[in-house]
Structures are given as C-alpha cells and as structure tokens.
Design a protein around this ligand. Sequence first.
Ligand SMILES: *[C@@H]1O[C@H](CO)[C@@H](O)[C@H](O)[C@H]1NC(C)=O
Ligand SMILES: *[C@@H]1O[C@H](CO)[C@@H](O)[C@H](O)[C@H]1NC(C)=O
Ligand SMILES: *[C@@H]1O[C@H](CO)[C@@H](O)[C@H](O)[C@H]1NC(C)=O
Length: 434
Amino acid sequence: MMPPLRVAWVVCTILLCPSSGLEAAAQSESVEARSSTPVAGGAAAVRGCGEGEWRCADGARCVPRAWRCDGRPHCADGSDELDCTWNTTCREGQFRCATSGLCIAASWRCDGDADCGPRDNSDEDPYMCEKDFKCRGNWARCATPVGGQFSCVPIVQFCDGERHCADGSDEWDICDNFTVSSCAPLRCELGCRPTHDGLACYCKPGYEQREGKCADTDECLLEESCAQRCANTAGSYSCSCGPGFVLDQDGFSCLALNDPVGEPMSLIVATQSDVRRVWPDAAPPSRHAAPPSRHAAVTALDVRALHYNYDNRSICFVHHIVSRSSLLCVDADDFSKRTSICFVHHIVSRSSLLCVDADDFSKRTYLPDPDFFPDLDTVNAVAVDWVSGSWYVSDGGREALYVCARSLAPCRLLLDAALSKLHGLALDPSPPAG
Ligand SMILES: *[C@@H]1O[C@H](CO)[C@@H](O)[C@H](O)[C@H]1NC(C)=O
Ligand SMILES: *[C@@H]1O[C@H](CO)[C@@H](O)[C@H](O)[C@H]1NC(C)=O
Ligand SMILES: *[C@@H]1O[C@H](CO)[C@@H](O)[C@H](O)[C@H]1NC(C)=O
C-alpha cells in the first residue's frame, strides 16, 4: 500500500512542473527563493552559473546542462528548449518531431495526445493525421482544420455566396468558374457544387448521393447520432433511451431517472481515510434531519475496492484494519534537514470485506473471507453481479480475477494475466454479442 506522502515544498507552475522525483529533488533548493518572486521576470539575475549548468536567456536561473534540449522547458522563458540542434534521423519505428526534434514511437503519432513536447504538435498535425478524413453523405469538408479538427458543411452551402466554414473556404476560388452547366456530366438528381475534392452532387437534408441517386442517409450507422437508441426514418431519424432514462430536450442525450424518484442525489466517496456519503445538492434527507456523521461515514484507510449494492442499499468494500500507525521521516542526501520527507506509515494487520447500510453507516457486517485467498490486502476491485449475486474480485498483487458464489465460497480463477493496472470493474449482465 502506498503511504500518503506529503511533499509540501513543490511549487509548480505550468512551465515548471517537476515531472520526475529526481527533478523535484534538484529543484527543491531554489523553490523557496522562487515562490516569493514571480517566476517569469522580475527576479534578480543570477551572477554566474556553475560548471555543468546552463544559464537561461533571461538570466534568472541556472539549470543543469543536461536539461537543455530535453524536450521540456525548465527556464521560465523556455529558452532551454530553443535553438536546439537535433539528430535528423530517428530509429526505425520512430517519428521525428518537426520542431522539438524528439524521436517518439511511431505509434504515438496521431493518437490524440501531443507527445512532441511544448510548442510542437507535429505528431498530431491534422493535415497528416486526418488526411483521409471524409465528410459523410451530403456534406463536404472545409479546407483548414480548426482546433485540430476538420469540419464539414452541407455540399449545397458551397459557393452560395455565404460563408459557412470557419475559414470561409466554402466560398474560396473553387467557386470562381462555377456555373450550373458545370454539373451536367455528373447527372445529379438535384444539382452539384464545387468542393475541395471536386464537384459533388447534393441532396435534400437526410439524403445522400449513392449510385447516382439521392438515397436516405442511415444516421443510426453513426455513433454520434444518438446517445443510446436510434431509429432511422426516411430523410430523418429519432433517438430514444433505455429503461431508467428519459430523452433530454436536445433529442440526443439520455438523462438518468432518479431511483427512487424524489430522493436527492448523493455520492459515495472513498477518501484516503474514510468512506462517506455526501449530498452535493441538498441537505441530507430531512427524514432524520442532519444525520450524525457516524451515520454517513465510516473510518477506513485507503479504500480502493468498493461496490454499491442497489438491491439492499448497502456499500461493500475491502476494509484494511490498521494495527499501528507511526510517523516515519527520511533524510534524503540531496535535501537539507528541514526538508526531509515524513509520512505516516500504517501497519495493516488484516483486510476484510465490510458491508455497511448506505442509510446508516453504523449498521455494519463483516463478510466471510472468500475461500482461495490468503488475504484481501491486495484486492483492488470488487463487483457483485446483481442477477446471480456472484462476487467478482480483482487481486492486484496476484494479477488475477476471481469469481465467487454469493456466500463467497467456492471461488474460482477467471483470468490471470497482466491485471496489475486494473482500477475498476463493471459488470454487464447482457449476454455477449454474437
Ligand atoms: C545521432 O543518432 C545516432 C544514432 O542514434 C547516434 O549514434 C549519434 O550519437 C547521435 N548524434 C548526436 C549528435 O546526438
Ligand atoms: C477560371 O477560368 C480562368 C479562365 O479560363 C482560368 O484562368 C482560371 O484559372 C480559372 N480559375 C479556377 C479557380 O479554376
Ligand atoms: C446486501 O447485499 C450484499 C451483496 O449481495 C450482501 O453481501 C450483503 O450481505 C447484503 N446486506 C444485507 C444487510 O442484507
């Protein structure tokens, strides 16, 4: 279990977030001076930089030479990442960033995250990543991406004398020589317009050009049409929602119905030190006025595996029983004495499954330990199948997923492969497709 670690002295600005412990340690020396003066400018210039250091262009700081051109700015003015000269070749299977010169895994290209460092988005350049981007049926794309994405406008709006694309490209020079007679060779049902991919036929809204005719567009094939259920109709479509939901006014989203109706929303929150129920919008149910805190919270350390049972309004979680807590301090070599790290060290004697009544946390039941398990200390997720009552238990230490009968015995191994990073478990009782 990770003990809570308090590092009070790390001052973090957008440009100067230490991203590794090592950097944090090295920066800690200068943090105090920095926190009292604005980072970007104003600060008195440093007199000289030591050997192995590099002086920021604004003269305010010295940074280790190894930080120069490492792809992350450490100077407040970012000068340690300017004018870097780079190896022009990356290894096979790598992509070379245009500005930072970093070599990154080719698979990181166009993955939706910018990986080339600050001021370099070349791995997510929309012209490269979306070169095959096409607009559906009756729409055509604007020439330039906005916010990293190309947008679409209806074909019929191209060259109609009005700007519809953010960049106005629907009225660019593609329109110059266009006349209605230009469409003749296309034999369109209604007509055509010039687009950035050439002349294209348009149809009524809800229809698209297919095999020389205007045919109904099946909007339900597009994931973005409806949040839940979709019904295609000639020239249109409509959305609906599953049981327990109601369609929102936007005709797209589904809102969950309160169950039971009229009960104010509450959240069940596991903090580092307890599990509690909170009512974000309203006072707790007026039935008991404000319930004493013991009715809405239970002390529990670092709960990760927690499950809410709808059926009986109970919360079950792995409860670590702490036999002793003590304060441990360490003096790391790089740190002056006053900045040594202290943390609370807990000794867990036992871990068990505890269920509490969500309406009265003082009603508690410890469940029997699942057979199969020497202990529950490393369990990182639990979920109960509300149809059969079976328990699904993920054990982060053994990297395995178990299923147990309602009474937590017998259990059997379901999966035992690379589950160490599992952080949550959700059950879907519908039979697998196919
Ligand atoms: C450029 O990359 C090659 C191959 O990775 C390496 O051997 C060489 O030292 C690099 N040159 C510089 C200046 O970093
Ligand atoms: C329009 O026609 C003129 C004359 O034929 C030609 O010079 C010009 O390049 C054309 N413009 C476009 C955008 O095709
Ligand atoms: C509520 O349901 C859970 C899961 O089935 C069960 O383990 C627990 O014992 C139940 N609690 C009560 C008070 O019935």
